[in-house]
Write a protein that binds this ligand. Structure first.
Ligand code: BGP
Length: 475
């Protein structure tokens, strides 16, 4: 009989990103980032991608976001109260290098993250840093056109080097790029690569940008290991789970190709150090001509990651045979609705068993440790008359996913951690809304910019605390 047991040192925690949570956009010497010119929320759903700087008369929810910048002590204390073992956050690149192409960093910006890490250490919480999470300095977009330009590799490495040196011995876990494989869909052009020109939403620019980031990632992995052999570097994939809509072999094969393109091109390069054959064929047949330098092959081979991390929210269906099938939203995608699944208010279909399915799939392929670094439910929460937030729907969602995550561990998957997305309320990446809340901690902030930013524990806060305390035993 096998022992159904969670690893004792399992890393339970939560995840956020600076561009959606930190705020303080023009404080402490921080320069503007691409996230600062995106508007959103129910106030203005129109994105302004072409303006060179934020407009005075426009509302930008992320400028203040939910203000980690001024609330980090209070928030980390709440993470400590929940018993977090790990906290995933990103460093705002333009807080450290305001324009991105300077040679020396902004000391004031680094001082902020020093304090964040001090607080984490106080509560025994392991930091997990995403070096680049949807937030290039705006100057790199305006001056260099974003990541399709190879020059960004050097700027990124300057930034990464400062972080690896500064936090040597204090930060062990790093992710090089958030959801790098979002570059396989148009959404990624701006978010992942800071390419603001509409023409750059094409595959040519996106795959070139992805290649440049993969090279940057490999060089960063090598550098981090040289600076401190204890460093553990991970890739981060938005895991696209597309089921065949019918059992027609054409649909089954299409679903396999969908997974290969959206997950495995980036995954294989990160983990195996080279492009898979199907990627080369895909590039060839779709007239994608990636400029690679002679040395890139070796760079990619020498910079493979130590672990794989994923975001997983939902699944959907894909098909070649059903053109008229009803579609729905997912994380960065629009695909066919699955008649067997319920969906969130934003149309993301809830599929906890799908998490076990993808964890097995990834482990089968790579045999490397895996971390789930984003999972959660974006929902409309209400403050009830008793001054509480009874988010039983979020607890249900998380319970089902944690259950399946445990099953995957019992299947033999080497899963080392789980950080739920948006452990406090923050601004949504895709819509710019605060109304789409993921947090276990409620923040008094609304889409019209009002709110006093006070924090409140939701019911899910107390639930998750017990989950962590019992190492996943009490769900
Ligand atoms: C992922 C991003 C996060 C986060 C999450 C939820 O794609 O890495 O930054 O935002 O999705 O998505 P959304 O905010 O669009 O609901």
């Amino acid at each position: 009989m096998i022992k159904k047991q969670m690893p004792e040192d399992f890393l339970w925690g939560g995840a956020t990103a600076a561009n959606q949570y930190e705020g303080g956009w023009n404080e402490g010497g921080r320069g503007p980032s691409i996230a600062d010119i995106l508007t959103g929320g129910s106030v203005n759903t129109e994105r302004r991608l072409t303006v060179p700087k934020p407009l005075d008369n426009e509302f930008y929810p992320n400028h203040e976001a939910t203000d980690f910048f001024h609330h980090y002590k209070e928030d980390i204390a709440l993470f400590g109260e929940m018993g977090f073992k790990v906290y995933r956050f990103s460093v705002s690149w333009s807080r450290i290098f305001p324009k991105g192409d300077e040679t020396s960093p902004n000391e004031e910006g680094l001082a902020f993250y020093d304090k964040v890490i001090d607080e984490l250490e106080k509560y025994g919480i392991e930091p997990l840093i995403t070096i680049s999470h949807y937030e290039n300095p705006l100057h790199l977009s305006l001056e260099y056109g974003g990541w399709k330009n190879r020059k960004l590799i050097d700027f990124y490495l300057n930034f990464a080097k400062v972080l690896f040196n500064r936090y040597r011995g204090r930060v062990k876990y790093w992710l090089t790029f958030n959801e790098i494989n979002m570059l396989t869909v148009p959404f990624g052009a701006v978010f992942c690569a800071g390419m603001l020109d509409k023409a750059d939403s094409d595959e040519q620019s996106r795959y070139q940008a992805m290649h440049n980031q993969l090279v940057a990632s490999a060089l960063a992995v090598k550098m981090a290991h040289e600076i401190d052999p204890n460093n553990k570097l991970g890739c981060m994939l938005a895991y696209h789970n597309g089921y065949p809509y019918t059992c027609h072999p054409k649909d089954v094969f299409f679903a396999q190709q969908y997974c290969q393109i959206h997950n495995n091109i980036a995954g294989d390069v990160h983990v195996r150090g080279k492009y898979p054959g199907f990627a080369l064929r895909y590039f060839d047949e779709n007239n994608i001509d990636i400029k690679m330098l002679e040395q890139d092959k070796e760079i990619l081979q020498n910079g493979t990651v130590d672990f794989i991390s994923i975001s997983y929210y939902s699944s959907n269906c894909v098909s070649l045979t059903k053109e008229d099938a009803e579609t729905t939203q997912g994380n960065g995608t629009v695909n066919i609705k699955n008649p067997y699944l319920k969906a969130s208010d934003w149309g993301w279909q809830i599929d906890a068993l799908g998490l076990r399915y993808v964890l097995n799939q990834i482990y089968d392929r790579y045999q490397k440790p895996i971390m789930i670094v984003e999972n959660g439910l974006g929902a409309v929460d209400e403050l009830t008359e008793d001054g509480k937030i009874h988010d039983d729907y979020r607890i249900d969602y998380m319970r089902l996913h944690v259950e399946q995550m445990k099953e995957a561990i019992y299947d033999g998957v080497e899963l080392i951690g789980y950080t739920c997305w948006g452990c406090t309320d923050l601004v949504s990446a895709s819509t710019g809304e605060v109304k789409k809340r993921y947090g276990l901690i409620f923040v008094d902030k609304y889409d019209d910019g009002t709110g006093d930013l006070s924090r409140k524990r939701k019911d899910s806060f107390y639930w998750y605390k017990k989950v962590i305390e019992s190492n996943g035993e009490i769900l």
